[in-house]
Write a protein that binds this ligand. Structure first.
Ligand code: SMO
Length: 774
């Protein structure tokens, strides 16, 4: 049986499942390239220091060592440092200052874990031994760890040309209108919330192999990547190469989450080594190393203000946001810390005036970049906690306050100029409340109290932006192969989102051909298509839209050809159930394609490209939790997710994405946080110390689709990849704070591991119930 027929016969939900669950997945460390040298990276063990010297004599003397590469060596090759860009740098109060980011530190280290040197040897052991034999002489500097401390007067400075460690000061909205509304408001709620720094942990630690072909002048890399098009471009640009000179090989990626989209230092060092040593080179990160070598996420603090009239109508919303960027600005980081939040800053509400200021600070910590949701969970958390706080202060039901301020008509233009194309926020809100039995909660709280538990219920109503793109263009190509096969070329690697299942089905429906005739090629060394890849929940709307456009071109061409063959007007040829025909003739797309194989290029091969749009997935999530005040233990009792992700292509995939996202958000609540001490050491860089979410922390998750078709793409999809996490962070924290209300606690930030909850409850009991902050 073919893989496809087994997939059908066994009732499997996804094309990919059988291969992946029977151990036939192929991740980057599974590629075995012959004759490899091995790399080991020497990383800085201090947060901020001048590199006086690197003595490598002893290291070079170790048998099997082929190359010791330092930052100075690499800079001397003429490599271009990477820099972040920002679409609106010139509109900012102060333009973006993006420091040069070299793969290996030159002259100065700025965070623990920064790559200082790479050693290449005939074995992993020799490479490590040699790295340990390197003698680096440092002059230590004072480090700064937290963003606000970095922005303070007299803080240690990371870069000479960046005064006050302020990389970017970005403002949006009508500040004057907001301030006026606040002054005249009947009620003003203020709340500061923090979305702490996370270290993402994909299942697959990063592994890479690089090879150089001297005769062709090309590089081959086997890497885990979610954005093959962008990565190729970044690697090529660093070396001043044509993009075609870098070829990426990737089959499966064990988790992307935004972290698999960067031209990481190791890749650039390995390209150099592969070229000058004329040998392929390989590097496998250890799990602990990944905590320093991969980008971190979140690290945003929001000071929020909400102004309301006497009836609880929102008048204005304002946020002062401080972001901890880490030691360098990764390429898309300034974008996701400003424009992504801005696009969804209205949330689900008709607030007439909205303004925000974002200050991006550099610190002596691991650089921050996209991490599932990339600014959206943080923003939703800030808005939804603020709305809950206002409801509490006004003595209003939280659902009622939201109801009163809902966006009810679409399209809706936010005060910041973004257009929510479609939605049914009232519908999803009521459905979530009904499913969760919101009105019956008091009874459940009562029953829990009798068992000595604090029970809380929390609601989040969110709108997030998807397809949030820095891309100019994406393209796909459809090519017809002999033997009745159709190949879909694009550049967007799945990291678990089931692209193969979804896109084969889209094309099979559009052309009326069996799914097994279709092959989906997400990464293509021969450059038949281009794109920026898979992030921001964008792939189905962008690539799916282009695939549909390409399919209609195929049908158009087929019609034109058949009209000629049959001598009938093209307008009379109908397309039904996979066949083209009129009253007298009939031929399937595949049969026609087969008949035309003598011609070159194949007459039905098409290419479609376009500028990607954005969409606004939205949802209402309700979480119910219990806290044991004796131990501080938190348990999630019930979780309802009602999501409008636009037209659903595959329900199982939607459910999987939402559940995974909800649990990933719950990780941030239950314990995830990258914890630094004052000297800049990361204290929990292992699974012994860093909390990892698992399915058990949110035992039951009800996922309900509430599709309202998106109007800006042909498939009607809005994207689902990040909806779960964007909804769950605020829903769970609203529930936790609600549970703690009887103790007098009015706000607490995640993570809330038992020790923190227990301590907060103890502290609250010692204080007056009024105005208590944990
Ligand atoms: S955090 Mo994402 O891959 O936009």
């Amino acid at each position: 049986m073919t893989e496809h027929s087994r997939f059908e016969a066994n009732g499997l939900l996804r094309q990919e499942d059988e291969r992946l669950v029977t151990g036939r997945g192929r991740y980057s460390a599974d590629w075995m390239i012959e004759d490899c040298l091995h790399a080991h990276v020497l990383r800085s063990d201090r947060a901020h220091a001048i590199i006086r010297s690197i003595e490598s004599g002893e290291a070079r003397a170790i048998p099997g060592v082929c190359l010791v590469l330092t930052g100075k060596d690499l800079r001397a090759t003429g490599i271009r440092p990477q820099q972040a860009q920002h679409a609106r740098s010139s509109h900012a109060a102060r333009p973006l200052i993006s420091p040069d980011w070299y793969p290996l530190a030159v002259e100065r280290v700025r965070y623990v874990g920064e790559a200082v040197a790479m050693v290449f040897a005939d074995s992993v052991d020799h490479a490590r031994q040699a790295a340990e034999a390197l003698l680096v002489e440092y002059d230590e500097l004072e480090p700064v760890i937290e963003a606000e401390a970095a922005l303070a007067q007299d803080a240690p400075q990371l870069f000479e040309h960046m005064q006050g460690n302020l990389a970017f000061d970005y403002r949006c909205g009508d500040t004057q209108a907001v301030e006026q509304a606040i002054t005249g408001a009947a009620h003003v709620t203020r709340l500061t919330v923090e979305s702490r720094r996370l270290a993402g942990n994909p299942m697959e630690p990063r592994s890479a192999t690089a090879a150089y072909d001297a005769s062709a002048g090309t590089y081959d890399l086997w890497v885990p990547v979610q954005t093959p098009g962008t990565l190729r471009q970044m690697l090529a640009d660093a070396w001043g190469l044509e993009h075609d000179q870098v070829r990426l090989h990737v089959q499966d990626v064990g988790g992307g989450f935004g972290m698999r989209s960067i031209a990481y230092p190791e890749y650039l060092g390995m390209m150099h080594a592969a070229r000058i040593l004329s040998r392929p080179v390989r590097w496998d990160a250890t799990r602990s190393e990944s905590f320093f070598a991969d980008s971190h996420g979140r690290a945003m603090k929001f000071i929020g203000t909400l102004a309301l009239d006497a009836e609880g109508h929102f008048l204005a919303m304002q946020f002062d946001v401080v972001c901890n960027m880490g030691a360098y600005l990764l390429p898309v980081a300034p974008h996701i810390m400003t424009l992504t939040p801005e696009r969804g800053l209205a949330g689900a509400y008709r607030t007439p005036a909205i303004a925000a200021r974002f200050r991006l600070a550099v610190t002596n910590t691991v650089p921050v970049s996209a991490y599932r949701g990339a600014g959206r969970p943080d923003t939703a958390y800030a808005i939804e906690r603020l709305v809950d706080a206002a409801a509490f202060e006004l003595g209003m039901d939280r659902a009622e306050l939201r109801r009163r301020n809902l966006i009810r008509e679409f399209p809706y233009m936010t005060p910041l100029g973004y257009c929510y194309d479609s939605g049914d926020l009232a519908g999803i809100l009521e459905r979530a409340l009904r499913t969760a039995n919101w009105t019956g909660f008091d009874q459940r709280r009562e029953q829990a109290a009798q068992r000595g538990r604090l029970r809380g219920i929390g609601l989040s109503l969110f709108v997030e932006v998807a397809g949030n793109s820095i891309a100019q263009n994406d393209s796909v190509r459809i090519s017809f192969q002999p033997g009745g096969r159709i190949v879909l070329h694009c550049e967007t690697q799945s990291t678990g989102q089931s692209h193969d299942t979804v896109f084969r089905r889209v094309m099979s429906d559009a052309l009326g051909v069996p799914r097994e005739a279709i092959e989906f090629r997400p990464v293509d060394a021969s450059r038949h298509a281009y794109g920026t890849g898979s992030y921001a929940s964008r792939t189905t709307q962008v690539v799916g839209h282009l695939l549909l456009a390409a399919a209609s071109q195929v049908l158009e061409r087929a019609r034109t050809r058949l009209a000629r063959d049959w001598s009938v007007p093209a307008g009379e040829i109908r397309f039904e159930a996979g066949r083209l025909g009129d009253d007298k003739h009939s031929e399937s797309v595949l049969a026609l394609a087969e008949r035309l194989h003598g011609e070159s290029p194949h007459p039905l091969d098409v290419h479609a490209s376009g500028v990607p749009t954005v969409s606004f997935p939205n949802g209402a999530h309700v979480a119910e939790v219990e806290v044991d005040p004796q131990t501080g233990a938190l348990a999630v009792c019930n979780y309802i997710a009602v999501d409008d992700v636009g037209t659903v292509q595959n329900h199982a995939v939607v459910v999987g994405q939402v559940r995974g996202g909800v649990v990933q958000g719950a990780g941030q609540i239950f314990g995830e946080e990258a914890i630094y001490d004052g000297s800049g050491q990361l204290l929990n860089a292992s699974f012994m110390d860093y909390f990892m979410p698992h399915a058990g922390i949110v035992p039951t998750i009800t996922v309900l689709d509430h599709p309202v078709p998106c109007t800006t793409n042909a498939l009607g999809v809005k994207g689902v990849g990040e909806a779960g996490v964007t909804g769950s962070v605020p829903a769970l924290m609203n529930a936790v704070v609600d549970a703690l209300r009887p103790t007098g606690i009015r706000h607490i930030d995640p993570p809330v591991p038992p020790c923190k909850l227990w301590q907060a409850i103890q502290n609250a009991r010692r204080r007056t119930p009024e105005n208590t902050h944990a």
